[in-house]
Design a protein around this ligand. Structure first.
Ligand SMILES: *Cc1c(COP(=O)(O)O)cnc(C)c1O
Length: 373
């Protein structure tokens, strides 16, 4: 065994290539490559069943799903969101000329702190865009309560949360819409891809013509749509990936349990513990470094891992609010986001993917344990 082979934060799961060939042959036979073809229809149906939701609309990627989700609900003005996410969350607002209003996070889950949302609501607020970060469920009930009181829409960025359940129900059953990403780095991938979960036939219809240039029927263009359709190859791959999903999650679970068991013993290293009501997807394994207790800064540990060919990532650092296009927004100032600031300074996401063998996990743990190495 190569004891120094590079290990990256993730490695995409793929089905057996032989299993994919018959799907490709079908596409080559029927010459339907895109525009709601047979695999596209099958995958929408399969995902709706899997996610226990009435309607799924497939997209070319998760970012376009977010952009269209905001359009579909006519969101304007200001939207309350979290700075602790991948930048596409806030970018989807700017692409719709909406002003992001950043609210601090709750350190135990790293999700938007629902108790701080109300203070950020103004006359211009039209929606809340929370993220189930690392696949950890937001406080969905509290958020819905606030949305009902102030008549706001709720769109979840569920890019990390594919397959996650809360109190026995799929996480995508919450909110007005949920946007998913099937990017190569996500737990369920179609190379690139995404989806919007909706809860009414009329909303799905609107989403579906927005993603296809605004075509309502053959001759009528009803709205300023764009092209964000998923193609038949991606859809076919999705059907196969779905079959292997459960097995992949079980492998990730074993890795998570090993990390937890061993890292628990190390002073100054902490991690998120899921609540009993959550059925997680084990998509990331973030740790938080307390430099006083651990005796080394986050960045020094990050560099040490790198020196040992372990390519962890600092998700999510820097905060979205520190990027140049957001910096000047009033709510982006650090004094408004102290918890997010602190977490972003201390976080490292350790490698986790279904093909990561347990010996490699021990190798990573040993580097973290042995501070002088
Ligand atoms: C990956 C991701 C997206 C964007 O998805 P793409 O499919 O890469 O466009 C959006 N939000 C979050 C939180 C993500 O992690």
């Amino acid at each position: 065994m190569d004891n120094n082979k590079p290990i990256y934060v993730t490695q995409p799961a793929l089905p057996d290539l032989q299993e994919f060939i018959p799907y490709l042959e079908k596409i080559w036979d029927n010459k339907i490559l895109t525009n709601n073809g047979p695999f596209h229809m099958q995958l929408e149906k399969a995902l709706a069943e899997f996610l226990e939701v009435p309607f799924v609309s497939l997209f070319a990627n998760g970012t376009l799903a977010l952009i269209v989700a905001l359009r579909a609900l006519n969101i304007t003005g200001e939207v309350i969101t979290t700075p602790y996410s991948f930048v596409a969350t806030s970018h989807s607002l700017l692409w719709n000329n909406i002003k992001p209003v950043f609210v601090d996070i709750e350190p135990n889950s790293c999700n938007i702190d629902s108790e701080k949302i109300e203070k950020a609501i103004t006359k211009r607020t039209t929606a809340i865009l929370p993220v189930h970060v690392y696949g950890n469920p937001c406080q969905t009930e509290r958020i819905q309560e606030i949305a009902n009181t102030y008549k706001l829409k709720v769109i979840y960025d569920a890019a990390h949360a594919f397959g996650v359940k809360q109190n026995g129900k799929n996480i995508c059953t919450h909110g007005d819409l949920s946007a998913l990403s099937f990017h190569a780095t996500k737990v369920f991938n179609t190379m690139e891809g995404g989806a919007i979960v909706s809860h009414s036939a009329s909303t799905k219809k609107k989403i579906d013509y927005l993603k296809n240039h605004g075509f309502f029927n053959e001759t009528k263009v009803k709205t300023l749509g764009l092209n964000s359709k998923m193609n038949e190859m991606q859809s076919a791959l999705g059907l196969l990936q779905l079959k292997n999903f459960h097995q992949n999650i079980q492998k990730r679970k074993r890795i998570t349990q090993l990390y937890q068991k061993e890292l628990e013993k190390i002073k100054g290293i902490s991690f998120i513990v899921n609540t009993a009501s959550t059925e997680p997807n084990f998509t990331y394994f973030p740790i938080f470094v307390n430099k006083n207790e651990y005796g080394m800064t986050r960045d020094d540990l990050f560099k040490k891992l790198k020196k040992n060919n372990i390519f962890a990532r600092r998700y999510f650092y820097p905060l979205i609010s520190n990027f140049p296009m957001y910096k000047s927004i009033e709510s982006a100032r650090s004094s408004n986001l102290p918890e997010a600031d602190k977490i972003a300074e201390n976080v490292i996401c350790l490698p986790i993917f279904s093909e990561l063998d347990l010996n490699s996990v021990y190798r990573i743990i040993d580097i973290i344990k042995n501070k002088d190495a």
